[in-house]
Design a protein around this ligand. Structure first.
Ligand SMILES: *Cc1c(COP(=O)(O)O)cnc(C)c1O
Length: 353
């Protein structure tokens, strides 16, 4: 095996997806499984489909292209770039939108290709990332409905991303109300009312998700088993679908405080040190170029992460019950940021099990 490696357990991904899909199904909610945290690796997306995901969703067309052989409808999560409209119509069945100019361009491109592209209109309920303002949504929908080549199939919202606003019964009920108003005013049927991301999941768990919400776009809750409104673990899910394996390249006893005048480290920060005396330190062949170090947790609980430069990570193994040697592998679980960075690094081998 090559290192550093990101080991991926497809059975656990499938099990996490199935658990969330079944919980959501009890409230007539379908799951769009979000693939961006692992850059759309097709085998992982397939495991999500096996687990019952109705849609696959990603922020980047490049990732949707990797999954184009999978028959589930693909949803583009990030508002399309005008410069990418061609690719969006080609590779996404549905896109989330908030700008008429972009939707018009999608309409023109779809007509030219004799296709129909589906639109979900995003409504900003206060988080201040994407979306039209709630009181403009009905009118906006009317303009989209008039366009050829695109079909308004639903509305959606995104919360807890920029503004960290928590989804609640009141703000999500507002979304359902807007959908009803659009249906009434224009005599259309909206098939998707997408009530947010993993931060909305706790409303499914506690049974208060407003009736009418029939889609959630779930990323972190599937891949790491975390509920993200309050940061709790979702009972029954795996947190270790992904494991980082890094190799020891140096192992020596050294003092815990550097010797000499302290300047700034490789990233321009002035470091501080805890004096634990002489310690056994391992250097691992991975660094900040590959991973957000703060998001890693050693599986061997006795290991302490000391820090890293761009391509060396230093851990203290003194207290461990394992007698490590050069060439041994140390394993870590991770948070969302660490997973995102590891998936994106070309230097990290992706190993599917
Ligand atoms: C990333 C993203 C999601 C998934 O978010 P998680 O918190 O990982 O569930 C859902 N919707 C949109 C628009 C996104 O950009």
């Amino acid at each position: 095996m090559n290192y550093p490696a990101l080991k991926i357990d497809l059975k656990k991904i499938e099990a996490n997806t199935r658990l969330l899909v079944e919980k959501c199904a009890a409230y007539n909610i379908k799951v769009s499984a979000v693939t961006k945290a692992f850059c759309g690796i097709p085998e992982v997306a397939e495991a999500m489909v096996k687990g019952g995901a109705a849609y696959l969703a990603d922020s980047r067309v490049e990732n949707l292209i990797k999954m184009k052989h999978i028959k589930q409808p693909k949803m583009l999560l990030r508002i399309p770039m005008l410069s990418q409209v061609k690719e969006v119509v080609e590779y996404a069945d549905i896109s989330l939108n908030s700008e008429y100019k972009v939707i018009k361009a999608l309409s023109d491109e779809a007509q030219e290709k004799r296709k129909c592209h589906d639109i979900i209109l995003m409504v900003d309920l206060g988080d201040l990332r994407e979306g039209v303002w709630a009181d403009e949504a009905v009118e906006y929908a009317g303009k989209i409905i008039k366009l050829e080549g695109v079909r308004l199939i639903g509305i959606g919202t995104n919360l807890t991303c920029y503004g960290a606003v928590i989804p609640k019964v009141d703000n999500l009920s507002k979304l359902v109300e807007i959908a009803e108003n659009i249906e009434k005013k224009y005599g259309v049927k909206l098939s998707i009312i997408s009530g947010g991301n993993s931060s909305s999941y706790y409303l499914v768990e506690n049974g208060t998700i407003p009736k009418g919400i029939n889609n959630l776009r779930l990323g972190e809750s599937v891949v790491l088993g975390n509920e993200t409104a309050y940061g709790n673990r979702i009972e029954g899910t795996y947190n270790d679908c992904f494991t980082l394996c890094a190799e020891i390249i140096e192992l020596k006893e050294k003092p815990s405080v550097p010797i000499g005048e302290i300047g700034v480290d490789a990233f321009g920060n002035k470091p501080t040190y805890v004096d634990r005396g002489i310690r056994k330190r391992a250097i691992l062949a991975i660094g900040k170029q590959d991973v957000r170090i703060d998001g890693l947790t050693p599986i061997d609980k006795k290991i302490i992460i000391l820090g890293a430069s761009s391509d060396h990570m230093i851990v203290d193994v003194t207290d461990s019950e394992t007698d490590y040697s050069i060439g041994d592998i140390i394993e870590f679980t991770m948070d969302y940021g660490a997973l995102l960075s590891l998936s994106t690094s070309d230097y990290v081998y992706k190993v599917i099990e």
